[in-house]
Design a protein. Structure first.
Length: 276
């Protein structure tokens, strides 16, 4: 079970659920989707919404939940405080509304290496993002959220030296972690080598790389994002075919890794659509 706090995070998760239900019920009117889901024709949404007071933003969320037939209950602020007490302190500011997500964790598509390679090798176009030693769950969650928005086919993470707080990752990703295929691997270098053998061109994000406006992403692209402190590890860097950078003009020497990833993912998506 996950407890989601924050207006934006709750709204985005409900939107993600609605989008998934629309895929399941193609051709169904938006107003009827929640009724069909509640009727048992698809796995239950398995969400609950608790609120203490109805401000304008809360009313908007309640209407969004009602459309999806999400059960809604009124609780006191004290009851909400008790529900969020187990969360880290920075997630406890519920602002009068929380979402309970009781969907099983296995709904998040975590793939084996063999399954991922077999699936992607058969595609003429694919985009994979590799996260190298990014240990902050906020950065990981934000990158996964961008991956969902910009049609990334899989995100590869190391079993060690990665953000281990899945609840925080899921919250920051606004539910995208439940839909973006995630591959946890014991050996990032070996996984990248296997993807290269399956036709992927490997880019590393690096401040000394080719400026993004001059970079052309091929149909099968793998992008490696390194940690903000040390960048891409030496062994992984040796597997890169090219490096790409984002031209900046500020006084700081770099962008936050999740911001940089969002820019790169958008540009690859833009280039792909321009070919269509």
């Amino acid at each position: 079970m996950q407890i989601i706090t924050g207006f934006h995070a709750i709204e985005e998760l409900l939107r993600a659920v609605e989008a998934q239900l629309e895929k399941n019920f193609s051709g169904t009117k938006s107003s009827q989707i929640g009724k069909k889901a509640a009727g048992g024709k698809t796995p239950s949404v398995r969400l609950k919404l608790f609120y203490a007071k109805q401000g304008p933003r809360v009313k908007k969320i309640l209407a969004q939940a009602e459309k999806l037939s999400v059960p809604i209950e009124r609780r006191t602020d004290a009851e909400l405080d008790k529900l969020v007490a187990p969360l880290p302190e920075y997630l406890q500011n519920h602002r009068g509304i929380i979402l309970i997500d009781e969907r099983p964790q296995e709904q998040s598509p975590k793939l084996s290496s063999d399954a991922l390679l077999a699936e992607l090798a058969s595609r003429p176009k694919a985009f994979v993002v590799v996260l190298d030693s990014i240990t902050d769950p906020h950065n990981t969650g934000a990158i996964i959220r961008s991956a969902d928005q910009f049609s990334v086919d899989a995100v590869v993470l190391p079993e060690r030296r990665s953000a281990g707080d899945f609840q925080t990752v899921s919250k920051i990703s606004a539910g995208a972690a439940a839909w973006v295929p995630l591959l946890y691997t014991a050996n990032l270098v070996r996984t990248v080598e296997e993807l290269k053998r399956n036709g992927f061109w490997v880019f590393g994000a690096d401040a000394q790389g080719e400026p993004l406006p001059h970079t052309k992403f091929p149909d099968k692209t793998l992008l490696i994002m390194g940690s903000e402190g040390s960048g891409i590890s030496r062994l992984l860097a040796s597997k890169c075919d090219d490096f790409v950078s984002i031209p900046c003009s500020g006084k700081l020497d770099s962008l936050n890794v999740s911001v940089a990833a969002g820019i790169l993912l958008y540009e690859r998506r833009r280039q792909l659509l321009s070919k269509a």
